[in-house]
Design a protein around this ligand. Structure first.
Ligand code: OSB
Ligand code: MG
Length: 368
């Protein structure tokens, strides 16, 4: 395929050390590997991020499966579509799965579109919030004392809610101690699908602690058993892994499997799918929160634009840059007011991207 001069789409894998290891029910991460998508057309460039991890522990996709998908069929589609976001998502939809890889391209093309049209993404999407209420997601720690210390640090910083990671052996006792120390804080617990229906009595033991939500307690692809569990426990259920499309959100709602939903554009394959879910959520009054995958500043900027949309009424998993990295590939995100991060207002993602820093951190690159 012939590219015109000044047209290019590129994948760049970078590694950024995390300031603190992030441990969940499925594993521990010490550094962030971010697969960045960069598109250049004429005088403009667009940036996106693929949120897959090295191993298929959160979802089926991996960094290497995404690299293959980008090289073999997604970059060629983007090219065939002249780097137009809508055409890309429509054409890419003919291929099954590979949602994180698709979303990385979708986001880069949206950033390009925003820059070409001279509009910030929140305006193109129909966002209504100038700043997004945010929380913090705290990994599993070595001891309950260490966890309490971290929660206290973040709470004093001004985050509006705390989400802890739970797993069998790190659940009811931990929540009980948090509630003793912080009776009032809005508290969620994310199991990343570590439990089964056999554990429902254990999960019901969380009832007295008034969790704001229990996130994805069961199987990563499940809707039905979550609806059964929802009738047996008091904690409101938030789904993450299971909601891979707007249709899955509709099914989950019709089945009564959730009380609220964590929305991640990477998990849903692109912005168009998120906007469909937003329409449905708005009509049905489903509370959304914007999820996160420890993104670099590029993914974080995209998430802020998404979280400006009407159904995103709950605090997002979008924290200040300092909670993740000492150095990032964009200027750091700070609170614009306590517990809030401003939605960038420049064209496209609306933040500067440090090209030189990306060069320095890059471990692999490929392009069409
Ligand atoms: O389940 O929400 C999750 C990070 C990696 C993989 C899965 C999840 C998470 C988080 C981090 O909770 C949220 C953030 O980016 O701050
Ligand atoms: Mg989650």
């Amino acid at each position: 395929m012939l590219l015109h001069p000044g047209e290019k789409i590129e994948g760049i894998l970078i590694k950024i050390p995390l300031v603190h290891p992030f441990k969940t029910s499925f594993g521990v991460e010490f550094e962030k590997e971010a697969l960045i998508v960069k598109v250049i057309k004429g005088d403009y460039e667009g940036w996106g991020e693929v949120v897959a991890s090295r191993l298929p522990l959160y979802s089926e996709e991996t960094i290497s499966s995404c690299i293959k998908a980008l090289e073999e069929f997604l970059f060629p589609i983007a090219k065939k579509c002249n780097f137009e976001a809508e055409c890309f998502e429509k054409e890419a939809k003919k291929f099954k799965g590979n949602r994180m890889a698709k979303a990385g391209v979708s986001l880069a093309l949206m950033d390009l579109k925003g820059k070409q049209e001279g509009k910030p993404l929140w305006k193109i999407y129909g966002g209504i919030r100038k700043e997004v209420p945010v929380g913090v997601s705290v990994g599993i720690q070595k001891s309950i004392d260490e966890l309490l210390e971290r929660i206290s640090f973040f709470w004093e910083e001004g985050y509006l809610r705390v989400k802890i990671k739970i797993a069998p052996g790190w659940d009811v006792d931990v929540v009980k101690e948090i509630r003793k120390a912080f009776p009032q804080i809005p508290l969620g617990a994310d199991a990343n699908s570590a439990y089964t229906m056999d554990d429902f009595e254990k999960l019901a033991q969380l009832d007295p602690y008034e969790l704001m939500f229990l996130e994805q307690p069961l199987y990563n692809d499940d809707l039905y058993f979550h609806s059964r569990l929802k009738k047996k426990i008091k904690s409101p259920i938030a789904l993450d892994e299971s909601i891979t499309s707007a249709r899955k959100l509709e099914e989950a709602f019709l089945m009564d499997s959730l009380s609220m939903v964590n929305i991640k554009v990477g998990r849903m394959g692109g912005i168009n799918e998120v906007l469909k879910a937003v329409d449905f959520g708005k009509n049905e009054g489903i509370p959304f929160f914007c999820g996160g995958m420890l993104e670099s500043g590029i993914g974080r900027a995209h998430n802020l634009h998404i979280a400006s949309l009407p159904p995103f009424v709950l605090p997002a998993d979008l924290s200040k840059t300092s909670r993740y990295f000492r150095e990032d590939i964009t200027p750091p995100f700070e609170f614009s007011s306590p517990g809030h991060i401003a939605v960038p207002d420049g064209d496209g993602i609306g933040v500067e991207v440090y090209g030189e820093k990306i060069e320095k951190l890059s471990v692999l690159r490929f392009s069409l």
